[in-house]
Design a protein around this ligand. Structure first.
Ligand SMILES: CC(C)(COP(=O)(O)OP(=O)(O)OC[C@H]1O[C@@H](n2cnc3c(N)ncnc32)[C@H](O)[C@@H]1OP(=O)(O)O)[C@@H](O)C(=O)NCCC(=O)NCCS
Length: 380
């Protein structure tokens, strides 16, 4: 449906806000493609950095192009000591998403040149953001524990290095690979609230750090990026496999939502959830099952039995929370990790937007009054 001049569509639901060749979703068939490549193929064969290149520049890189991109990202992982000093002043009780939004915006102070028509500038901005966002997330995590941040390790690949900066341990290759796939699965998903926010900010031709800071702020809300945290709280609340069925029945009777299930677009199982389910099984097989996993398996079975006929299945957040928790990642970092991944999609939309820009300027339907007489203060 398209909006006519005077039709108001709350939330702009289903209103096309752009023409885009970045990603494609078919919610009825359960298809997700990045630049025409199926997510299943990318998850099986690609890496997060290769997928990032594909999303932003529109084609798979050659061996040399990928090596160059990886090296540039590796070289730019460190953050300036003044940004670290600024972060040290953040309250340790603050949410990591607020810390990330502030730090991302601060990059604009340090890299102030703006040359949106220069491909080299675009490349540098992309590399800096992809490289530094994980370092900033991990640095805040260390600093709030009272530690100095752990410096990026040039010998480690993107995913391994992030988990190392976070936990001080070099993860097992399977854990790092699964984390890398999680990043790929979250890298892009057409136009949602945070991507739209990035596009609106980009359309003013401001700098890319402001674009990403806007998007991070939008992702931070519980209606957008926070569902995988809620899944963990729900599994905690359920407490045991035996409690799954009565818990689900109670939620359904009260018309409450079961976290990690259902999707605005997918009416079959989210293809990302299917991929993650397989990865979670491998991870738990290797590192040992725990009660959370057993509760989750039973929960999916019961919800499918009760709500599958309504098109409600597990979504990507159901499994990503489980995987992150198993990797030892604190719950309040789940949304910042979503941001680390989605920065790839946001940058792709930034580039697409400024390539053929028109500033966003929707209209409104005014519902207020007119021509009120001004009443002097003493008479009010
Ligand atoms: C994602 C979500 C907002 C999509 O919602 P939506 O497409 O607008 O669907 P609606 O909220 O209109 O729900 C349609 C029906 O399915 C039910 N439903 C949708 N998701 C449900 C869930 N997770 N648990 C129980 N019932 C659910 C609704 O109650 C409604 O039932 P009704 O027709 O009998 O009233 C919704 O599924 C949800 O809140 N899920 C839980 C949070 C979550 O996991 N979010 C992450 C999404 S990636």
């Amino acid at each position: 449906m398209t909006a006519s001049a005077c039709e108001y569509i709350p939330g702009l639901a289903n209103v096309p806000a752009a023409q885009s060749s970045i990603s494609y979703v078919d919610g009825k068939k359960g298809i997700l493609e990045y630049r025409g490549f199926q997510i299943e193929d990318l998850a099986a064969k690609s890496t997060f950095l290769e997928t990032t290149y594909l999303l932003i520049w529109g084609q798979l890189p050659s061996k040399q192009q990928l090596a160059d991109f990886e090296n540039e990202v590796r070289y730019h992982r460190r953050i300036k000591y003044r940004i670290r000093d600024m972060m040290k002043c953040f309250p340790e009780t603050g949410h990591p998403m607020d810390a990330l939004q502030t730090s991302a915006a601060a990059l604009g102070l340090f890299y102030a040149r703006r040359a949106l028509n220069d491909p080299q500038y675009i490349r540098e901005a992309v590399v800096r953001l992809i490289a530094k966002i994980p370092t900033m997330v991990a640095a805040f995590m260390q600093m709030r524990k009272g530690n100095d941040p752990i410096q990026p390790n040039d010998d480690l690949d993107y995913a391994t290095n992030f988990l190392y900066m976070l936990t001080e341990r070099i993860p097992e290759p399977l854990a790092a690979r699964i984390f890398d796939v999680c990043l790929m699965l979250h890298a892009e998903h057409t136009i949602n609230a945070s991507t739209f926010s990035a596009m609106v900010t980009a359309s003013t031709m401001t700098d890319p750090y402001a674009v990403i800071a806007s998007a991070v702020g939008t992702l931070a809300g519980p209606l957008h990026g926070g569902a995988n945290e809620e899944v963990i709280f729900m599994l905690q609340d359920i407490g045991s496999v035996e409690n799954v069925r009565p818990y689900v029945e109670n939620l359904i009777a009260n018309k409450s939502k079961i976290m990690g299930f259902g999707h605005r677009v997918y009416k079959v199982k989210d293809p990302r959830a299917t991929i993650l389910q397989g990865l979670a099984e491998r991870l738990f097989e290797q590192t040992g099952r725990d009660e959370y996993y057993d509760i989750a398996v039973e929960l999916e079975r019961v919800v499918e039995e009760k709500l599958g006929s309504k098109g409600i299945y597990a979504n990507v957040d159901f499994y990503s929370g489980l995987v992150y928790r198993k990797l030892g990642i604190p719950t309040d970092l789940f949304t910042p990790i979503f941001a680390i991944a989605r920065v790839a999609g946001w940058l792709a939309h930034w580039r697409e937007q400024i390539g053929e820009n028109r500033i966003f300027r929707p209209t409104q339907i005014y519902t207020g009054g007119h021509n009120h007489p001004y009443i002097p203060m003493r008479e009010r």
